[in-house]
Design a protein around this ligand. Structure first.
Ligand SMILES: NC(=O)c1ccc[n+]([C@@H]2O[C@H](COP(=O)([O-])OP(=O)(O)OC[C@H]3O[C@@H](n4cnc5c(N)ncnc54)[C@H](O)[C@@H]3O)[C@@H](O)[C@H]2O)c1
Ligand SMILES: O=C(O)C(=O)C[C@@H](O)[C@H](O)[C@H](O)COP(=O)(O)O
Ligand SMILES: [Zn+2]
Length: 361
């Protein structure tokens, strides 16, 4: 069972990946405060996987409550933050409590943000149940919610005490959600790990068939790659921005098409296709490399086109991207597969050509 580590000095934490982990109280209890636990989840995940965690805490004699929100991106809102904080206050939760975020990225982002601000901060554990959450959102401490004017616009950097990824939970994950997680997996190969990208090209069938060895390799490699970037630049002062590859376009696509229309990974997939195209237009990336990127995204069953809207609609959202500086949009582009670069030097004409080239007919 692989066990990794995010190295952040006093805020360092383990990432446990394996089967049957929800039953192992020793992975959870050492990271808890002395008081009660709030198991935070969504209604779909709670129906499927909360009973295992409930059993573990009950047998360990740890008191807990369950706080459940509706499944879906729409729950990543300030209204839900207020409502969840209200539940904790009504239950008399103090600073001696702990929050467990059991679910996908929505639950991790929203739960982590509540943990960051509730009584100015209580510890929390990430217990991811989607591929996307196991390979990306549970690691690195980005927490927060959406605003009508932009994705993840309100939030905090707040690291979990531990990440516990029980692979058994993936057995119930719908295929579309699994493929969405693959987009972020492909991202690691593209930004910093060309060997992993080549491995993915070679083993895509095994990965799509959810072969357990292939899946363990995918999750462990993704977490290792992400943890290395986060350890060097926890709060995205610089290089961490490469983890945003495909997201300048992707977040604009999510917001412009209405949150929930595309899954996050689907929007990122289209965004990566666009970022690769822009890189090629600017003579950073070879056409053959752009082709390989297109093929793996398409081969993973991910979309490659966004809804047809005036380019200006997308640009409006891109201008409020958190990476923008002095009103200038900054992009993560590729100088080759495995070599991300951060630049604000992108001619508007090339950007508009890229957007128009990947819109639905
Ligand atoms: N913080 C970060 O670094 C980071 C990184 C990537 C993505 N994100 C965010 O994560 C969110 C997307 O996460 P997601 O794709 O996990 O979405 P999600 O949390 O909405 O989960 C997807 C769907 O799958 C269901 N589900 C979850 N686990 C399941 C299981 N084991 N079996 C059956 N159904 C299950 C959920 O109920 C939901 O309906 C977005 O809001 C995105 O912005 C954050
Ligand atoms: O961890 C990071 O850093 C990332 O950028 C990971 C992304 O996959 C993730 O979608 C993140 O939530 C995007 O953050 P944002 O700062 O662009 O909102
Ligand atoms: Zn993402």
């Amino acid at each position: 069972m692989p066990s990794l580590h995010v190295d952040l000095g006093p805020r360092s934490y383990p990432i446990h990946i394996g089967s049957g982990l929800l039953a192992d109280a020793e992975l959870f209890l050492p990271h808890c405060n002395s008081g009660p636990v709030a198991i935070f989840s969504d209604d779909r995940v709670a129906a499927l996987h909360l009973p295992a965690l409930r059993r573990t805490l009950t047998e360990a004699g740890k008191p807990f409550i369950e706080v459940i929100v509706p499944a879906g991106e729409e729950s990543k809102s300030l209204q839900q933050v207020e409502s969840v904080c209200g539940r904790l206050l009504e239950a008399g939760f103090g600073r001696d409590s702990t929050l467990f975020a059991l679910g996908g990225g929505v639950i991790g982002d929203l739960g982590g943000f509540v943990a960051a601000i509730y009584q100015r901060g209580i510890p929390f554990l990430q217990i991811p149940t989607t591929l996307l959450a196991m390979v990306d959102s549970s690691v690195g401490g980005k927490t927060g919610v959406n605003h009508a004017l932009g994705k993840n616009m309100i939030g905090a950097f707040y690291q979990p005490r531990a990440v516990v990824a029980d692979l058994d939970t993936l057995d119930t994950l719908p295929e579309r959600e699994f493929r969405s997680g693959l987009a972020e997996v492909i991202k690691y190969g593209l930004i910093s790990d060309p060997g992993f990208f080549a491995w993915l090209e070679e083993h895509l069938d095994a990965v799509l068939a959810e072969d357990s060895d292939a899946l363990s390799h995918v999750i462990a490699t993704s977490c290792k790659d992400k943890a290395e970037v986060v350890a060097r630049d926890e709060q995205e002062a610089g290089r961490r921005a490469i983890l945003n590859f495909g997201h300048t376009f992707g977040h604009a696509i999510e917001a412009a098409s209405g949150y929930g229309h595309y899954l996050h990974g689907e929007a990122v997939a289209i965004g990566m296709i666009m970022a690769a195209d822009l890189s090629r237009r600017l003579d950073l990336l070879r056409e053959s490399e752009q082709q390989r990127i297109y093929q793996i995204v398409e081969g993973a069953g991910l979309p490659t086109l966004c809804p047809r809207l005036p380019a200006e609609e997308y640009l409006r959202y891109m201008r409020v991207d958190k990476k923008a500086k002095g009103g200038q949009i900054r992009f993560i582009l590729l100088r080759g597969i495995g070599a991300a670069t951060i630049t604000g030097d992108v001619p508007q004409a090339a950007l508009i050509q890229t957007l128009n080239a990947f819109m639905e007919p």
